[in-house]
Design a protein around this ligand. Sequence first.
Ligand code: CDP
Ligand code: CDP
Length: 218
Amino acid sequence: MSHNVAIDGPAGAGKSTIAKQIARRLGYIYVDTGAMYRAMAYYLIQNQVDAADQEAIAAACQHADISICYQDGEQVVLLNGENVNAYLRTEAVGNMASVSSVVPEVRKKLVELQQKLARETDVVMDGRDIGTVVLPDADVKVYLTASVETRAKRRFLELQEKGEPADLAKIAADIEDRDYRDMHRDISPLRQAEDATLVDSSDMTIDQVVERILELCR
Ligand code: CDP
Ligand code: CDP
């Protein structure tokens, strides 16, 4: 039986940063499910599918074959065989991912892929519904969060470091919108699983969060 660690939480809570380090420390594979929803969103944008048209999204998603592989320890998302990692981290793709991920056909397809990966290998998987829907029997479940202000500031610093223009108030507003959509959708809303441990990283360093979660894994 494979071992699974599930990390859920809102945008910018630190899930991917933390999950990557936990995976390395445990010798597990890190699975970024957000990147899969982003790859689907990228496909929809490329094919000019209307974000408001759920039927069109449901039909279009059937033509997007998404899989992952690893290069130098990094997860690579393949969309119809092509590495699309470089296109996934934009706000436009993030917003489309948040809108298209409410479509049941999109979720069904990606959840099946995630469950297959977790059956085959020891994984640290992060997302929104990992502890609640994808891996309800995960060995360790964490709900990682932080205040909107903290998360917006982290994103702001990331953009500044990359030399990209950033508007703190706009980032915070986008985060609030995304939180609302992720928490209030009918299908697989973001919520803490009953058996998940809450970790609020607002006043914690990355190392402190990693150590806290490793304690839970021991
Ligand atoms: O990095 P960030 O937290 O901003 O977002 P992400 O994890 O890359 O996910 C992008 C979007 O995909 C989220 O806003 C969610 O709506 C959706 N998503 C989801 O519905 N379920 C997951 N397991 C992961 C992501
Ligand atoms: O995956 P998610 O959207 O939850 O967040 P992330 O992309 O891993 O983290 C967002 C930013 O917050 C990154 O720049 C991290 O380095 C930073 N971070 C932090 O400053 N302190 C923490 N305790 C966790 C993350």
